[in-house]
Design a protein around this ligand. Structure first.
Ligand SMILES: [Zn+2]
Length: 102
């Protein structure tokens, strides 16, 4: 796999994250499969909110493409469960919202 491969907003092709920042593909979001990334760029944040998920309660903020405003996923700000703390500061991006480019 090419670590320089880029995941871009499917709507406007703005680069959001790199292959090297992809931590996991085994997450689920509203529209299906979602990816966990260590970093994301060219995004703006929505309001902070609490969300109940299968693995516990999280404080998250929605993330949106800074160019077209498309909702891409969310950032984990805080996890209530100790074993979920590794997710804090990381990004969930829905697979259906991004496309991979080389
Ligand atoms: Zn976009």
């Amino acid at each position: 796999m090419d670590p320089r491969a880029t995941y871009s907003c499917r709507n406007c092709q703005t680069p959001i994250a790199y292959r090297a920042e992809l931590l996991s593909k085994s997450y689920m979001a509203k529209t299906g499969q979602a990816f966990l990334f260590s970093h994301a760029r060219n995004i703006v944040f929505g309001q902070k909110q609490e969300r109940n998920m299968i693995t516990g309660v999280y404080t998250i903020a929605g993330i949106f493409c800074s160019n077209c405003g498309e909702e891409l996923g969310w950032k984990y700000l805080q996890a209530s469960e100790a074993r979920q703390k590794f997710k804090e500061g990381k990004f969930i991006i829905e697979r259906s919202k991004i496309s991979k480019q080389y």
